[in-house]
Design a protein around this ligand. Sequence first.
Ligand code: KG4
Ligand code: ZN
Length: 354
Amino acid sequence: MKDITILAIESSCDETAAAVVRNGRTVLSNVISSQIDLHTLYGGVVPEIASRKHVEKINQVISLSLQEADLTLDDITAIGVTYGPGLVGALLVGVAEAKAIAFAKKMPLIGVHHIEGHISANYIEHPDLEPPFLCEVISGGHTHLVIVRDYGVFEILGRTRDDAAGEAYDKVARAIGLGYPGGPKIDRVAKEGNPEAIEFPRTKIDRAGRGTLTYARGSRETGPYDFSFSGLKSAVLNYLNKCEMTKTPWNQADVAASFQAAVVDDLVDTAMRAAEDYDVKKFAIAGGVASNSSLRAAMQQACEARGISFYHPSPVLCTDNAAMIGTAAYYEYLKGTRSGWDLNAVPNLKLGER
Ligand code: KG4
Ligand code: ZN
């Protein structure tokens, strides 16, 4: 069979990324230009700055990705690009670039869902992994538990009712003086702390979907595999306030470790409950928080105890990158998915929608 080589572009948040992926699972190049240093000054991602930086970087990043793959645009079969969800101005830069290249070189254009990309990151280093499997997507903007029925076909079992897990990491990190980006910093500092020092609340939802989701916003009924992290975030903030008011010193590493223990417990418990209910044999994690060392260790143990094969991408493929978009685009290409010249950025694109 002829090789299918995808040039993929990702610009949904604060990384400008391009990659070349051959036949879905062979990454020929994976270039990421991070804007983290720039946004750190402001304590979080500033959308307008992100868009401007994408415009500045995107051509260089694409050139470098072709150069590292030792290819030219003439060797590319199709262009894959993230078109949602994400920051609208940031997404538009990637979408416009992808359309321009595809139009000029007369090649197919494939709009990719960012979360489908995160899930697909698991295919890159695990040649044996094929659907169906259960996947927990844990990023800065999303926390989803999904059954991947087939390539690009998802059944959503649960999602967060309020904050995403990564968002909670980032907010708590700011509150305890670690700054942005919170996840990797809490991951590091927590290693020095006692995870049992402070007992932060766990979200308790039973199989009927009843439970103590006391802080969750919104009116939709809670499902048995939903998540909630804003209550935990509030509990950390309340703890810090109480310490301030009573002039009690608090320990940064202990707060980080205790917060992380609560997040990890919730993520592991919910995933394993679903794995048992659906009799799952393969379980994967994806998204920025999936690079968390404590979470990976806990998931590994929980899966081993149940005879479930556990999959996770390398940290660089967990956080935003274009290789994962190239892999997702490949499977969409095989299914015949093609986007038109009217492809637009869709900031709140739902998983499974096109
Ligand atoms: O998937 P991602 O790069 O972007 C989104 O699609 O949102 O995820 C970014 C999120 C941020 O909230 C960041 O703090 C978190 O992933 N993160 C981590 C770690 N590395 C990144 N959270 C916990 N532990 C980490 N090691
Ligand atoms: Zn992401």
